[in-house]
Ligand binder design. Structure first.
Ligand code: HEM
Length: 368
C-alpha cells in the first residue's frame, strides 16, 4: 500500500506542515491547526470557526476564502437501539455480499470498495430510518449510492463545476431523485435534504474506512491475533477517510500565533493528530506503522486524535461506524488476506484506497 507519509498533494502538505501553531499552507491561508489544543479550539468554538457553506468541497486546500453555513443543521447522535439495528443489518448484508461474490465471481478477487457498498448503505439507512420496510430501505440505500457516485467527479474537479455542466447536472439529478424519494417517505424527522446529507456522510465514509481496514489487513498479515477493535482504531488513526475538516472564521481571529482575517478557511486534521506521539502509545519512531497491538497497553485512549471530530459537528454516527468496521475486522481476522495489486491512496474525495482488490484463504487456527 502507498505510504501516507510519502504522499504528495494535500495529504503531503498537511503532514509536513510545521507544527506548534496555526500553519499557513499558502501565503494568506488557508491555515492548519497543528496542535491537539488548537484543533479542539477550532472544532469546538462555532462562534469563531463556523461550518463551511459548501461541505462537498471541504477538503479543497486551494480555497482560502469561504462562506459559512449559517443556521446550520445539528445532527443528534444515532441512538443505541438504531446502532444495534444498523449493526445487525450490516452483519447479514456483509455475509450476503460475500456469498454473492462467491456465487457470481468466485474466480475474481474481491473489490473492497464494491463489496462494502450495499452492506454499509443498507446498514446506515436502517439505523437512520428505522421505520422503513426492507424494500424501501434498499431503494433509499441505492439512491444514496447513486448520489455519492455522481458527487465524486464534482468533488474531484479542480474548480467547482458550473451549474449546467454534465457532471453538475448528473449530480443534481441524483440528489433530486433521492430527495424526492425521501419526501414520499412518511415519518421523516428532518427535511429530505438533511436526511440525504446524513445518509451520504454515513455511507461514503464507512465504505472507504472498511476498504482501508481490509487493505491494512492484507498489508500486515503478521498480527493475526490482534483485537478487531484495535484494528479498527489503528485504521482510523493512520487512514481515516475524513482526514481533514474545514471551518471558516466568522471574524478576525488571533490564534496560535496567527492573525486570521474573517472569512478564511482553517483546517483541522485527525490524520495529522494521529501522528502525535503524546496521543499514541508505542515507540514514536514507529508511529507511522500499522500496529493494532499498541492499543493493548491502555497507556492512551484510542480516539484522542479525533477521528470523529469534536464539538457541535462531531460525527453523530460514531458508534455505528465503529460497529460496522468491527464486523469487517472480525471477518478479516479469520483469513489471510492477499492484496491483488499495489494499493494507492486516492485523494480526490477524502481519502480512499484505490484499487483495493484482494483474495482470501482461511487462516489456520493459532491454537495448538
Ligand atoms: C468509521 C466511520 C466514520 C468516520 C471515521 C466518520 C468521521 C466523521 C468526522 C471526522 C466528522 C466531522 C466532520 C467535521 O467536523 O467537519 C463526521 C461528521 C458527520 N458524520 Fe461521520 N464518520 C463515520 C461514520 C458515520 C456514520 C455511520 C454516519 C451516519 C449514521 C455519519 C454521519 C455524519 C454526519 C451527518 C456528519 C456531519 C455532522 C455535522 O455536520 O454536524 N458518520 N464524521
Amino acid at each position: 500500500m502507498d505510504s501516507v507519509e510519502l504522499a504528495g498533494g494535500q495529504l503531503g502538505a498537511v503532514l509536513t506542515a510545521p507544527r506548534g501553531g496555526m500553519a499557513p499552507l499558502a501565503p494568506g491561508g488557508p491555515w492548519l491547526a497543528t496542535t491537539p489544543a488548537l484543533v479542539k479550539e477550532v472544532l469546538t468554538d462555532p462562534e469563531r470557526f463556523d461550518f463551511p457553506g459548501d461541505v462537498s468541497r471541504g477538503s479543497d486546500l486551494s480555497g482560502s476564502r469561504g462562506e459559512t453555513r449559517t443556521g446550520h443543521t445539528l445532527y443528534s447522535p444515532v441512538p443505541a437501539a438504531a446502532v444495534s439495528r444498523g449493526s445487525d443489518v450490516f452483519g447479514s448484508e456483509w455475509r450476503t455480499a460475500l456469498a454473492e461474490h462467491e456465487h457470481v465471481r468466485a474466480d475474481e478477487p474481491y473489490d473492497a470498495m464494491q463489496l462494502l457498498r450495499r452492506p454499509v448503505a443498507r446498514s446506515t439507512t436502517s439505523a437512520v430510518l428505522p421505520h422503513l420496510d426492507t424494500a424501501t430501505r434498499d431503494a433509499v440505500g441505492d439512491l444514496v449510492l447513486d448520489w455519492i457516485d455522481a458527487l465524486a467527479p464534482v468533488i474531484a474537479s479542480h474548480r467547482p463545476p458550473r451549474r449546467w455542466t454534465r457532471i453538475r447536472r448528473a449530480e443534481t439529478a441524483a440528489r433530486v431523485a433521492l430527495e424526492d424519494f425521501l419526501a414520499s417517505v412518511r415519518g421523516l424527522e428532518q427535511t429530505p435534504q438533511q436526511v440525504a446529507t446524513m445518509l451520504a456522510a454515513g455511507i461514503q465514509v464507512p465504505i472507504a474506512a472498511g476498504a482501508f481496514l481490509l487493505a491494512w489487513s492484507g498489508a500486515h498479515r503478521d498480527e493475526p491475533d490482534a483485537d478487531p477493535v484495535h484494528v479498527v482504531w489503528e485504521t482510523l488513526r493512520l487512514t481515516s477517510p475524513s482526514w481533514i475538516t474545514a471551518r471558516v472564521t466568522t471574524r478576525r481571529v488571533e490564534i496560535g500565533g496567527a492573525t486570521i482575517p474573517a472569512g478564511r478557511v482553517v483546517f483541522a486534521s485527525p490524520l495529522l493528530l494521529g501522528r502525535f506521539p503524546e496521543l499514541v502509545p508505542g515507540d514514536p519512531s514507529e508511529i507511522a506503522s500499522f500496529d493494532p497491538t499498541r492499543w493493548q497497553t491502555h497507556e492512551q485512549r484510542p480516539g484522542a486524535w479525533l477521528p470523529f471530530g469534536a464539538g457541535p459537528h462531531m460525527c453523530p454516527g460514531r458508534n455505528l461506524g465503529i460497529a460496522q468496521l468491527t464486523t469487517v475486522a472480525q471477518w478479516a481476522s479469520a483469513f489471510e488476506i492477499s492484496l491483488s495489486e499495489h494499493v494507492s491512496i486516492d485523494q480526490s474525495r477524502g481519502i480512499a484506497p484505490s484499487p483495493c482488490r484482494f483474495t482470501v484463504t482461511p487462516r489456520r487456527s493459532s491454537s495448538p
